[in-house]
Design a protein around this ligand. Sequence first.
Ligand SMILES: NC(=O)c1ccc[n+]([C@@H]2O[C@H](COP(=O)([O-])OP(=O)(O)OC[C@H]3O[C@@H](n4cnc5c(N)ncnc54)[C@H](OP(=O)(O)O)[C@@H]3O)[C@@H](O)[C@H]2O)c1
Length: 273
Amino acid sequence: MPIEKIIKNVNIPVLGLGTWRLAGKEATEIVKKALQMGYNHIDTAEMYGNEKQISEAIKNFDREKLFLTSKVWYENLNYQSVIHACKESLKNLGTDYLNLYLIHWPNLSIDMKETFQALKELYTEGLIRAVGVSNFTIRHLRQALPLCRSLSLPIVTNQVEFHPFLYQESLLNFCRKNNIYLTAYRPIAKGLVNENKIINQIAKKYQKTPVQITLRWLIQQDIIAIPKASSEKHLKENLDIFDFELDPLDIETIKEVNQNKRMINSEFADFDD
Ligand SMILES: NC(=O)c1ccc[n+]([C@@H]2O[C@H](COP(=O)([O-])OP(=O)(O)OC[C@H]3O[C@@H](n4cnc5c(N)ncnc54)[C@H](OP(=O)(O)O)[C@@H]3O)[C@@H](O)[C@H]2O)c1
């Protein structure tokens, strides 16, 4: 069973299953398999279009033992749309609460205050147990933090692209300073870490795979990781990271692999800090 971090009274399992691009029956089967294996943290979003398939997979699982995250799409950030989107996600997922609800991408054309007011409403009603953001840069966080403070609404996590080739050190430090946990999406760079010489050398030393070394590297830095997998082999491999510990020197060595290489960008991304 993956270990948990208690973040602002929210227990977040440090390893979750990403589900972007899992669709149809495959999504149901993979999530079911993952839960049987010991995963207890599932990451989805209204935009992934797989919440109904995930509901099939989780319906017989003890809800209190599951950490479920969904996200509101960046076009739905006005007050009424946030409330509506969340209720749709709950209906699709067949649950009456989300453990974590994230703003999927910042959208500065919609007043952030309105978005957080809606999130506060959902939080107060008990429909979401924690609030977070995704794809927020330091600039976006600087704007969000005072709003959230005035609403007594903690931002628990910022989910961003983070892996050995994109070590976002200043964002990580800023989050740490503000008690926001970083969640790494694309944490294994889609498997590309398997091709890196340095990570391979370290993997040999621990008799683990480069993917396992990378996931361990993240969680030892108190970063939550949500790798996606669609085979039993990958699911198992990614979960098998709790029986060893990386030496601090190896953690530093992997930081040197950084190329500031962003794999995810889009026409609405706003990364210019
Ligand atoms: N908030 C956002 O804007 C945002 C953006 C992107 C992603 N995310 C979230 O983060 C999750 C993870 O990111 P991601 O799916 O983009 O990338 P990722 O987890 O880094 O990579 C997934 C890819 O790696 C492969 N893989 C998985 N385990 C492996 C292993 N042990 N060895 C070799 N290859 C392996 C998978 O193959 P198979 O499928 O064949 O197993 C898949 O092709 C997403 O699913 C989503 O939930 C969020």
